[in-house]
Design a protein around this ligand. Structure first.
Ligand code: 3HC
Ligand code: NAI
Length: 706
């Protein structure tokens, strides 16, 4: 007999004496206002309906509940609040059972913790990942989880944001029962009936005893606080989590809840929460490129790579790691052996660290084939070219691919800067050509720029996105231009760093300021890591076409002329004694910089870290606006994801365009106009930025689904 449904997204149905409450709110049963209302009404009904002896809460679809509705954050709160709903569930006079499958995360797990009994099935993911969104569990999780599973385990879940499997959850005491079958409804109902038959009492987590050893619990808090202060670089919510857990130990439950609420609201108000949630949404939005809707990806069962250098080998590892076979082509046997050796080095490193067995390496390498003739690529579904960065060399390779590859094979290039339209136009099947711009090391870095030339067909682009998924990379759609999205922005902010260096700041101060902002490395450390010779070659290539009026800082060239290419040569902007990776400031570099300032007629002045960062970020944001304006990036959020995943922009700031919105676009534009007084050629405000400021709009207004 169905009882009155309170809202479509939460249905109630009496199954014998058990009130089955189903949350059916696609895509992931997030706890939006309707769901909260429905849950509250269901518990009220359970308490009043005499026929109900127990309540079973389940999720429809693939998940229990993925958590609070993150799209509601930052909007005015709509009652009832989730903490109130959880408290009401816990106060229910009849046993409430939560049956978990798929995601039981954040507020979803908090609902389950408020229930009196929990069962989960294989494949369930239980976690409190709020920290990854700049938050803390704000619906009683910081108070109930430690009482149920103890402070160390609860702190671990909340501070890492990791998921526990159903099996681990059982061992931790987070659930009471592991269901045998995959049928969550049948498992839940059977468990509920069993509990009823046994007259199982209402059992509230707020009364659970895992914190009873007060001294041990407080010791875990002290340890977590120390570790968090060291690890959580600039992050706000982890220390709040520790404070909340301390309150769970020290204070009565209701007082702890009050403190949790206060700390949660602090996090909710923080720009870090806004940045992290922007990143979460943006990394899903980038998947929605126009070509990925409607177009069906082509097959991706076998892959070829041309070139076994830094990138070719890294890409091959990424493909092998995804379980796919790869055929590598090199110029000659010696180069092929080097390519294979690069791959071996990656896997041998993992073996040395105990993260891979020799047998698993052998099984993986059985999917690798090497050849010096292109005919070996006759049957592959997709080829990625990663030979020297030279259009003539690449055109010869593409002519060979055109000759040997089967019809419909996708022909991709990993070029960093070259004109892919020209490359595509040089063969008979331009619609099959796409850019796949990986980042070094290609088996580690998550970003993949999918560069879309004029003549490419939509299903080829869809195939590129599909490949990214298989390789567990984050794809960003980019248009063809010199440097696509990422390297174009990098060139702009690197030029600013060079200019600030020549004007008086040391590279060490600039790197430190950039790190203090939240990047893992400063621009000069990046150059030393990647190899100064790469940028030097690009600068030489562009010398003929460079605007002779544009400022050109020669300091990096002076270092390269000495053979100081960075880590691989033992010195660059930094000194690397005996191959050490952490660099030391080099007085000789400072002397070279002084000499260059003198040659350029510059009297050095001092910069504060803030002045450095205003220039650095303004250059990045202005070029970001340009790539959006030119249609190279679909939306500002595509620029954000590129910088987050490929260039180390601090995630908690959401990316440069999100950061610009938070500072205010008029401020950024005013900065650019001020800097333009010194160098008007470089500091030309992007027309898009000017337009947005005139209209009183922000970058977020352009972040509609593509
Ligand atoms: N709220 C609103 N929308 C959500 C959501 C949430 N909590 N979680 C996922 N979504 C949306 C996604 O944005 C996406 O939308 P789209 O289709 O429009 O792009 C859609 O659901 C599907 O998500 P995924 O593509 O990520 O689907 P997957 O199947 O790959 O992953 C998942 C599912 C593991 C649940 C993953 O989405 C996830 O990790 N979600 C976030 C979980 C989380 O952080 N929960 C804590 C929220 S904060 C909280 O609960 C505060 C509380 O303590 C008060
Ligand atoms: P690399 O010099 O390390 O490797 C190039 C390899 O291509 C060499 O092993 C060479 O023997 C091989 N090769 C050259 N001509 C060939 C041919 N005709 N047939 C088969 N193999 C041939 O260069 P790297 O760094 O791997 O760069 C490769 C490409 O990737 C370039 O286009 C580069 O711009 C791009 N790229 C490089 C990144 C980096 O950080 N190094 C990042 C992203 C893209």
């Amino acid at each position: 007999m169905p009882l009155r449904p309170s809202a479509d997204v939460v249905t109630r149905e009496l199954r014998g004496a058990v009130l089955l409450v189903t949350i059916d709110h696609a895509p992931v049963n997030a706890l939006s206002a309707d769901v909260r209302r429905g849950l509250l009404a269901a518990i009220e009904a359970a308490d009043t309906e005499r026929a109900v002896q127990a309540v079973l809460i389940v999720g429809a679809g693939r998940n229990f509940i993925a958590g609070a509705d993150i799209r509601e954050f930052g909007k005015p709160p709509a009652p009832p609040s989730l903490p109130d709903v959880c408290n009401r569930i816990e106060a229910c006079a009849k046993p409430v059972i939560a049956a978990l499958h798929g995601a039981a995360l954040g507020g979803g797990l908090e609902v389950a913790l408020a229930a009196h009994y929990r069962i989960a099935v294989d494949g369930a993911k239980l976690g409190l990942p709020e920290v990854q969104l700049g938050l803390l569990p704000g619906a009683g999780g910081t108070q109930r989880a430690p009482r149920l599973i103890g402070a160390p385990a609860a702190l671990d879940l909340m501070l890492t944001g990791r998921y526990a499997s159903a099996k681990e959850a059982l061992a931790l005491g987070l659930i009471d029962r592991l269901g045998d079958s995959g049928d969550i409804l049948a498992e839940g109902l059977a468990y509920a009936r069993e509990l009823l038959a046994a007259h199982a009492p209402v059992r509230r987590t707020r009364d659970a005893a895992a914190l009873n050893d007060r001294a041990a619990s407080l010791a875990a808090v002290t340890k977590a606080r120390e570790a968090t202060a060291q690890k959580a670089r600039g992050l706000f919510s982890p220390l709040n989590i520790v404070d909340a857990v301390e309150a769970a130990i020290e204070q009565p439950f209701d007082e702890g809840l009050k403190l949790e609420r206060k700390l949660f609201l602090q996090c909710l108000d923080s720009p870090q929460r806004a940045g992290l949630i922007h990143a979460f949404v943006a990394e899903r939005e980038v998947l929605k490129a126009p070509e990925t809707r409607g177009a069906k990806p082509r097959a991706l069962d076998t892959i070829g790579v041309v070139g076994g250098g830094t990138m070719g080998a890294g890409i091959a590892v990424a493909i092998l790691d995804a379980g796919l076979p790869v055929t590598m082509i090199e110029r000659d046997e010696a180069s092929l052996a080097r390519g294979r050796a690069h791959i071996d080095k990656v896997y041998d490193g993992l073996i040395a660290k105990g993260r891979l067995s020799a047998e698993n390496k052998a099984a993986t390498m059985a999917r690798w084939r090497g050849s010096t003739t292109y005919d070996a690529l006759a049957h592959v579904d997709l080829v990625i070219e990663a030979v020297f960065e030279d259009l003539d060399v690449k055109q010869v390779v593409f002519a060979e691919l055109d000759r040997v590859c089967k019809p419909g094979a996708v022909l991709a290039t990993n070029t960093s800067y070259l004109d892919i339209d020209a490359l595509a136009a040089s063969i008979s099947r331009p619609a099959d050509v796409v850019g796949l711009h990986f980042f070094s090391p290609a088996n580690i870095m998550k970003l993949l720029e999918v560069v879309v030339p004029k003549q490419v067909s939509a299903d080829v682009v869809a195939t590129a996105f599909e490949l990214a998924k298989k390789l567990r990379k984050t794809p960003v759609r980019a248009g063809v231009c010199d440097g696509f999205i990422g390297n174009r922005l990098f060139a702009a902010y690197r030029a600013t760093a060079d200019a600030v260096m020549e004007d008086g700041a040391s590279p060490y101060q600039i790197d430190a300021a950039v790190r203090a902002f939240g990047f893992p490395m400063g621009p000069f450390q990046v150059v030393d890591l990647a190899g100064g010779d790469i940028g030097w070659a690009a600068r030489k290539r562009r010398a003929a076409t460079r605007d002779s009026n544009a400022r050109y800082v020669q300091i990096a060239d002076r270092l390269c002329e000495r053979g100081w290419f960075g880590q691989k040569t033992g010195r660059g902007f930094y000194l690397y004694p005996e191959g050490s990776r952490g660099g030391m400031p080099d007085p000789e570099v400072e002397a070279i910089i002084d000499a260059e300032r003198e040659r350029a007629g510059i009297t050095p002045r001092s910069f504060t870290d803030e002045q450095i960062m205003r220039r650095y970020l303004a250059a990045m944001i202005n070029e970001g606006a340009n790539v959006v304006h030119e249609g190279i990036a679909l939306r500002p959020l595509d620029v954000d994801v590129t910088l987050l995943y490929g260039y180390g922009f601090p995630r908690y700031r959401g990316g440069p365009m999100k950061y610009a919105d938070s500072v205010g676009l008029p401020t950024i534009l005013a900065d650019i106009r001020e800097f333009a007084k010194e160098d008007p050629l470089f500091w030309r405000p992007s027309p898009l930025l000017v337009d947005l400021v005139e209209r009183g709009a922000d970058f977020a207004s352009l972040n509609t689904t593509a």
